[in-house]
Design a protein around this ligand. Structure first.
Ligand code: SF4
Length: 87
């Protein structure tokens, strides 16, 4: 897997859309910068085996029981999704 950005890890708490706190170092960091190696991945639709990208920044959840499948956003946090499957 490619390196994670801070916003894609569990070791990051957002302050606003661009920055947040590194929860291990307590430093303010930019959301889109690369997180140090070993930081824990945040479950998100884009990291789920059931996510199918249909266009830029949008997709569907293939685990959806509905027809058509419901829309999923790649950056949607999935910590409570019971159907989340790691790739
Ligand atoms: S199963 Fe959950 S995490 Fe996976 S794509 Fe569907 S909604 Fe997102």
């Amino acid at each position: 897997m490619e390196m994670l950005t801070y916003k894609d890890t569990r070791n990051y708490a957002p302050i606003d859309v661009t920055k947040g706190m590194d929860l291990l170092t307590r430093e303010i960091v930019m959301a889109d910068t690369q997180a140090p190696e070993g930081y824990e991945i945040m479950p998100k639709c884009k990291f789920c085996k059931n996510f199918k990208e249909t266009d830029t920044f949008i997709g569907t959840c293939e685990a959806s029981m509905n027809e058509p499948r419901f829309i999923a956003y790649p950056d949607m946090t999935a910590v409570t999704c019971e159907m989340y499957e790691t790739m």
